[in-house]
Design a protein around this ligand. Structure first.
Ligand code: SAM
Length: 283
């Protein structure tokens, strides 16, 4: 095996690695915020890498983008205003805009270069960017939320890089407090929460920070994502109101296509493994 033909992400916490065979490097730059690379792979289509970590591939991004958006949007009673913090590849925005109830979706990514590269190398993820309800901002999401007025938004989706560099503050109690303050009555935050196999302590700390910030209802959901460390990923929803049910009939009768998400997948994603229940002190 010639290592130069492979992109490898090493995961020090688990002393493991994930590799994709590449055809060629399509682009590389250091933006103001991070190191951006785009590869053409043999079997996964195009691949975006930020600071050495896999972000998005053409082949498997649907798991993540669908599960970061539809469970929350089918749990909130009437989501009209949605913010996506990060999410510069625009895949989550595209899923959010599939919901007819959404009147305004703002994507707030600190790095405009991520979106400009996605437009070139992942055009299918950017196809809703010209939807009149879509609003793309390029500023720090932490500041955006801090400066927001009360009752400005129904759902905040935190589609960020890992909790290092510019994304570190997006995993803090102070940030969740600012989210709580600007969310409406049934408002909720959805945060990508890494792998329960590799990062369970981090998920536990995130859940504590969310409760301390005032959110009375938490739900961590699980889904496959082969590109990310361990191949088994999660998102955590923190809500001001009950999370024990979702709009199952609306989900079952959804008027748009998805690749992975449906109402049965939604239900299945809520099931909590035994080792997770122990750590989260769930019954
Ligand atoms: N799906 C990916 C994952 O879990 O690895 C995340 C993809 S998305 C491309 C992550 C985005 O978060 C990047 O475009 C990065 O610029 C953005 N980001 C990081 N910190 C941010 C901040 N403080 N405010 C807004 N966007 C931020």
């Amino acid at each position: 095996m010639n290592p130069s033909e492979w992109f490898t992400e090493i995961v020090p916490v688990a002393q493991s690695a994930f590799s994709l065979k590449i055809k060629q490097k399509l682009h590389e730059e250091y933006s103001e915020f991070q190191h951006l690379e785009i590869y053409e792979t043999e079997e996964f289509g195009n691949l975006m890498v930020i600071d050495g970590c896999t972000m998005v591939s053409t082949r498997d991004n649907f798991f993540y983008h669908e599960m970061m958006s539809h469970p929350a949007l089918y749990t909130h009673p009437n989501p009209k205003r949605v913010w996506i913090i990060g999410g510069g590849d625009c895949g989550t925005l595209k899923e959010v805009l599939k919901h007819a109830s959404v009147e305004h979706a703002v994507q707030i990514d600190i790095d405009e270069r991520v979106t400009r590269l996605a437009e070139i190398y992942f055009p299918e993820l950017c196809e809703s960017n010209n939807d009149p309800r879509a609003d793309l901002k390029f500023i720090d999401g932490i500041k955006w939320v801090k400066d927001a007025a009360p009752n400005s938004v129904d759902i905040i989706i935190v589609d960020s890089t890992d909790p290092v560099g510019p994304a570190e503050g997006l995993f803090s109690e102070a940030f969740y407090r600012d989210c709580f303050a600007c969310l409406s009555e049934n408002g909720m935050v959805v945060q990508q929460s890494e792998s329960a196999l590799y990062h369970l302590k981090l998920i536990g700390e995130m859940r504590n920070a969310m409760s301390n910030a005032g959110f009375g209802h938490l739900q961590t959901l699980f889904f496959p994502q082969c590109l990310y460390p361990s191949g088994w990923w999660s998102a955590t929803i923190a809500s001001k109101s009950d999370l024990s049910t979702f709009r199952e009939q609306d989900s079952a009768n959804k008027a748009f296509d998805t690749v992975f998400y449906n109402s049965d997948i939604h239900k299945a994603s809520l099931a909590q493994p035994e080792f997770v229940k122990k750590v989260f002190s769930l019954k």
